[in-house]
Write a protein that binds this ligand. Sequence first.
Ligand code: CA
Length: 233
Amino acid sequence: MKILVAEDEPDMAGFIARGLVDEQYSVDIAATGPEALSYAASRPYDLVILDRKLPGKDGLAVCRELRARSVRVPILILTALGNAADVISGLNSGADDYLVKPFDFAVLLARMRALMRRPRDLRPDILEVADLSLNTIDHTVTRAGRPIRLTAKEYALLELLMVYKGQILGRAQISEHAWDEALDPLSNIVDVYMNRLRKKIDGGFAQRLIHTRRSEGYMISSDSTGPVSSTLL
Ligand code: CA
């Protein structure tokens, strides 16, 4: 699970990041509004913790812009402002929840977990590409109605591809999302896992769904003749 923490105060950002890493989350930190916007719009996160007062662009504006760009990641706004009008304007900007500083870290974790359990509202329970179907609730995968058994890592990779179907995901994006430890950039572990996944998903089927662009990364799509010309390994 990958979390973006947008917080300009280094002590607060460090406190949150350390706590999340202790809970096995991977964490990126953005220290300004524009940085938060560009990270959250271009990388796949499971949740964004967004400080309301950020330099460059405030948290509510970041939130509104993300929603305007159809970025549907759960967003939890953190703020020192805590009156009812502030809470309402925060939620009206497209945030999913609101936590007032100072806060108890255990409460932050509980709110985060509740939001991440709730992605049913934001993402469909069943993700589909052609005859491939992935159930995000019970983590089962079928192709043409036949169950496919995947390891936890293979499932995580497939879910990531399917959430972003039709978009090429770079190896760095994939490894950041699916591996908590930093991978050696020269490691081919992403390719190794993707090849295993491809065998399970596409093996025995005439229509291939997992596409590779050697220099850029991977994509899942039912359309291999579309604007993105894909090279199959
Ligand atoms: Ca701040």
